[in-house]
Design a protein around this ligand. Sequence first.
Ligand code: CA
Length: 167
Amino acid sequence: MKILIVEDEPKTGDYLKQGLTEAGMVVDLARDGWDGLHLACNIEAGKQAYDLLILDVMLPGLDGWQVLEGVRRAGMSMPVLFLTARDQVADRVKGLELGADDYLVKPFAFIELLARVRSLLRRGKSSIEPTLLKVADLELDLLSRRALRAGKRIDLTAKELLPRCGT
Ligand code: CA
């Protein structure tokens, strides 16, 4: 498993890199947002793409959100774990809209980070989610947000099309 950490705090970055390496992962560490985005998106020929990104939010150059936006714009869909010092609802919503997969609020225990990393890597293996759902004569296209019943368009409100959040 190959992981990219983007973290500007030297101690935290080194500590995470060492810990994840000892856990058997291949780890690269970038110290600022530009380097992180460059590493994540520019996979040299023959090199394996990253299975997971760990992004600090507050970074020099590009911040973590901008790195994530760039990565997603480049069409890369690996899971992303954010490290944030600010446990704010607005941050979480922003991250989720941009396609973040999980959060860890600093300070955190390494064992918790490792557990989340492993869980995201497991999920990442089956990350190609179907965008077209079919049940009997009902078809739902999650990308175009269209629903068809027996081949005929039916109108759904945005609310009906939003995935439930476990409540
Ligand atoms: Ca930082």
